[in-house]
Write a protein that binds this ligand. Sequence first.
Ligand SMILES: NC(=O)c1ccc[n+]([C@@H]2O[C@H](COP(=O)([O-])OP(=O)(O)OC[C@H]3O[C@@H](n4cnc5c(N)ncnc54)[C@H](OP(=O)(O)O)[C@@H]3O)[C@@H](O)[C@H]2O)c1
Length: 357
Amino acid sequence: MERALALAWRGWGRVAPNPMVGAVLLRDGAVVGEGWHEEFGQEHAETIALRVAGDRARGATAVVTLEPCSHAGHQPPCVEALINAGIARVVAAMPDPNPIAAGGAGRLAAAGVEVALGIGEAEARAQNAAFLHRYARPERPFVALKLATSLDLGIADRSGHSRWISGADAREYVHWLRAGFDAIGVGGHTARHDDASLTVRGSVEPRRPPTRVLFSRHGEIPTSLSAVRTAGEIPTVLVTSATGPSGRQASLDEAGVTVRRVTGLAEGLQALRQLGIESLLVEGGGRLAGALLAEGLVDRYYWIQSPVWLGEDAVPAINGLPGRTLAEGDRWCVVERRALGQDTLLVLDREPCSPDL
Ligand SMILES: NC(=O)c1ccc[n+]([C@@H]2O[C@H](COP(=O)([O-])OP(=O)(O)OC[C@H]3O[C@@H](n4cnc5c(N)ncnc54)[C@H](OP(=O)(O)O)[C@@H]3O)[C@@H](O)[C@H]2O)c1
């Protein structure tokens, strides 16, 4: 299953809104075929692995990160392909939450295939968290927060400079991360101060470039900003309040910026979902991060901790999150922890930890 999960990651940035899926076929303890879902709408992991295995698939075990689909969508049902190839056993990490595609395990069992579901489920669920979110909370996108902080939890020095707190490896990781999200968001202050292009410039070229989302209650977004100037090439959305943007509407329209007027962040996220955005990576700053956390609107936190001290007057990483007692504080689940050069990455989910993590 570890190998199947590693293969599934190769679909990052290319398969959404489909899930990433990996498959490994084993016979007599040897790998006879493997595959992964490479491109949205194209062949599924199971059928690629079956093709690689050919006749060696007869009597083999298929290890898959998601319950094989039982419906004909862009591709024929995988359960039929597995049954026709003579697969004896299917080990799948998690059930398919999609009501249209679900039921694969039952169909396989009915055809005499031995089925084991739930092996490596926690890792598989963490890997496809945005896909699962669509079925659990369809009213808003999956929201991940990403911040690079100093050891003392600053995101910028006292002059507001944040380039660069983290090192080259971490910045490369962030470009990889961006490729897997439908949209990248920042707060109004960060948008104005950093004027970042918020584009993907890493090893993975996303199937669709992520939409840029600027959260500004006042709507004071200068048209000189990179994300506004290039809105004709890569979509840019301004999420603002009912009264914003004062006097800037015409120039934003002309630049091709989509404006959504909302009463608060929750409604803003719903508006993004209505625009087709299913996953949003919020890259700060601290006030937007604090406001989203305070409203319980963050599902995952990518925390890059860098070995630098910024001391007093640094811009705080999380601003405005009401205090809680230790007993009241939410305890999140660590789903990944690793080094990025001299920096440390910690990925945490709001969901309570599954027993096998
Ligand atoms: N190290 C990092 O990872 C990182 C990442 C991002 C930013 N930064 C740095 O962080 C600094 C900016 O951070 P910041 O905390 O001052 O500002 P921020 O969070 O980027 O922006 C705050 C602004 O977000 C808008 N907003 C929209 N809805 C909001 C809500 N419900 N609650 C609060 N704000 C809302 C408001 O914009 P309006 O004022 O326009 O209405 C508000 O002023 C910059 O120096 C930047 O370089 C560092």
